[in-house]
Design a protein around this ligand. Structure first.
Ligand code: KG4
Ligand code: ZN
Length: 339
């Protein structure tokens, strides 16, 4: 079955055409990130307007790059949540309109489950059951997946997402948005042991995360105890050292939580997905842990790690192939946990 996937939960408008849930015929992404840069984070209203402008051209491009027409499609899969409500609504409305006018079945896909499913679209696919870390600008959570439609949240952030912490610390350091890549670049010239950042692990058996303490530690290291974010930098602060020390602290926490979950469930298969998975130091540390602990660690290719519609089409295909459809009553639901 050939499925058209549509994704618009945050600042990327994406459409993809995927055959048999695995063969990516096209995966087009238009990002509005440049329009958000000056604000240091995604501005929902700007993201929604950009989706409205891009959604139909992106869908057209996905169909033409894949060399298919609507007659070849067996169904449409669209992200219905979680995410920014206005952004989600653009994708859901487009998907419903096309499903109605082309006479195709439509399924709604949970965005995070789509991210997790990316580990099934690599070669060879990660076998069930497996554990995943989803770390992006909006989400940081550990999941256990037992089957294509069985995903359990094991823990999630109690405050900032990991990517959000990178973005906020970059802003404190005067580095550009998005903060992850700029901190990684600056960290290459820095000493990761220069500043003793806390590794916030919460309760001993907790699989939840907290990054706000590290963010505050970065602020105080740069600008002084109890300083405000707009205070000047202290003399002698080396931005590369703060960047390297902060990055290592975040990576250590992510790896420790992954190791903890792996030991608890005895599952030696682990996927790392979301924009933060682009981080080179994170990859090195996860790979070293996996090699030492006998765990297969999978990093899907970046096009499948950041927000994209191929993962949505891939996951949606399973329900469409079973003859399921959510029909035109499908609605966007911005909440992280299914109601
Ligand atoms: O998955 P994504 O592209 O979009 C969503 O948030 O949904 O993730 C973007 C986040 C941003 O917070 C960005 O700073 C972070 O991922 N990020 C990184 C890196 N590249 C992107 N964080 C750390 N290191 C990176 N190299
Ligand atoms: Zn995402």
């Amino acid at each position: 079955m050939i499925v058209l996937g549509i994704e618009s939960s945050c600042d990327e408008t994406s459409a993809a055409v995927v055959a048999d849930g695995r063969t990516i015929l096209s995966n087009v992404v238009a990002s509005s990130i440049d329009r958000h840069a000056r604000y240091g984070g995604v501005v929902p209203e700007i993201a929604c307007r950009a989706h409205v402008e891009s959604i139909l051209p992106v869908i057209d491009q996905a169909l033409s790059e894949a060399g298919v027409t609507r007659e070849d499609l067996g169904g449409i899969a669209v992200t219905c949540g979680p995410g920014l409500i206005g952004a989600l609504l653009v994708g859901v409305a487009a998907a419903k309109s096309l499903a109605w006018s082309w006479g195709l079945p439509l399924v709604g896909v949970h965005h995070i489950e789509g991210h997790i499913h990316a580990a099934r679209m690599v070669d060879p696919p990660l076998e069930y059951p497996y554990l995943s870390l989803v770390a992006s600008g909006g989400h940081t959570a550990l999941y256990r997946s037992d089957a294509v439609d069985t995903h359990v949240v094991l823990g999630s952030t109690t405050d900032d997402a990991a990517g959000e912490a990178f973005d906020k610390v970059a802003s404190i350091l005067g580095l550009s948005y998005p903060g992850g890549p700029s901190i990684e670049r600056a960290a290459r010239e820095g000493d990761s042991t220069a500043i003793a950042f806390p590794r916030t692990l919460l309760a001993a058996d907790s699989l939840d995360f907290s990054f706000s303490g590290m963010k505050t530690a970065a602020l105080y290291a740069c600008k002084g105890q109890n300083a405000r974010r707009d205070a000047p930098m202290l003399p002698g602060v080396r931005v590369p050292d703060v960047a390297a020390s902060f990055q290592q602290a975040v990576v250590d926490v992510l790896v420790q939580k992954a190791a903890h979950a792996t030991e608890r469930f005895g599952i030696p298969r682990f996927a790392v997905v979301g924009g933060v998975a682009a981080n080179g130091r994170l990859r090195e540390c996860f790979e070293a842990w996996g090699a030492g602990a006998g765990v297969r660690v999978v990093f899907p290719p970046m096009a499948l790690c950041t927000d994209n519609a191929a993962m949505i089409a891939g996951l949606g295909e399973h329900r469409l192939a079973r003859g399921e459809s959510d029909g035109l009553s499908l609605d966007a639901d911005p909440r992280p946990i299914r109601a």
